[in-house]
Design a protein around this ligand. Structure first.
Ligand code: ADP
Ligand code: ADP
Length: 225
């Protein structure tokens, strides 16, 4: 069953074509990574799925429904960015609660969902702290919790480990993999780190010049003679 179906997606900025008739399918539970050089269209594609930019052509279907013209607020999407993008004036608990409020989850049901999310990222003890008081690695785990707490159809991640040092990156790669396995969620992940893509992905799609050049499992793309 497809979580995401993209057909002929095109996005231009002036005379530059950021996405050139992209077709892509994501099946339920899949971890798919977009890998490619800077400027190849990865972020533009992610933003299009989130409804944060307006494509010039093509279609985006989420959960079997045409979402092409659905605004971001009407799409069932969680998102993680490189720079965490947490609300600094809110506590950890309030940050994680935000998507639940947006989705109108009843207030009585929120504490349990938040507690479970904090357990999953092993940060039960920092719920009442402000995000600005926490380390980069902790903040990115909270950003992960905020992305999955409302159980969205698809989680989009745009180089979520790009701002972290190597040791933390390796650790959080495994953490994200574990969360993906435990939650059986569907992830569309962006990186320009080939090793990271190899370790984490069910399938990798190689982007270049606004097109998908190749798509396949890590083995298919890198270990074929
Ligand atoms: P990537 O994420 O792979 O680095 P992007 O999706 O950010 O690539 O960019 C794809 C192309 O679109 C690049 O040529 C980039 O300069 C251009 N682009 C992206 N966003 C904008 C924008 N807001 N205005 C103009 N050009 C943009
Ligand atoms: P990345 O390479 O990590 O995708 P960029 O540094 O290319 O990110 O882009 C960061 C932001 O700047 C994005 O919001 C993107 O849409 C915008 N942007 C990228 N290229 C251009 C451009 N040529 N003109 C205007 N905005 C751009």
């Amino acid at each position: 069953k497809n979580k995401l179906t993209i057909r002929g997606l095109t996005k231009r900025y002036g005379s530059a074509t950021a996405l050139d008739r992209v077709d892509l399918d994501l099946v339920d539970g899949e971890f798919l990574t977009m890998l490619g050089p800077s400027g190849s269209g990865k972020t533009t594609l992610l933003w299009a799925v989130a409804g944060l930019n307006d494509p010039d052509g093509g279609e985006i279907w989420i959960d079997g429904r045409d979402a092409t013209h659905v605004p971001a607020s009407g799409r069932d999407i969680g998102m993680v960015f490189q720079n965490y993008a947490l609300f600094p004036h809110m506590t950890v608990r309030e940050n994680i609660s935000f998507p639940l409020e947006m989705r109108k989850v009843p207030a009585a049901n929120r504490p349990q969902a938040i507690r479970r999310a904090l357990e999953m990222i092993k940060l039960e003890h920092v719920g009442d702290r402000y995000c600005s008081q926490l380390s980069g690695g902790q903040q990115q785990r909270i950003a992960l919790a905020r992305a999955f707490v409302a159980n969205p159809s698809i989680i989009l991640m745009d180089e979520p480990l790009g701002a972290l040092d190597k040791k933390l990156r390796d650790h959080l790669q495994l953490e994200i993999k574990r969360l993906h396995d435990e939650l059986a969620t569907t992830v569309l992940y962006v990186t320009h780190d080939q090793e990271e893509a190899m370790v984490m992905s069910d399938r990798i799609c190689l982007m270049n010049g606004g097109r998908i050049e190749q798509i396949g499992t890590p083995d298919e793309l890198y270990f074929r003679p």
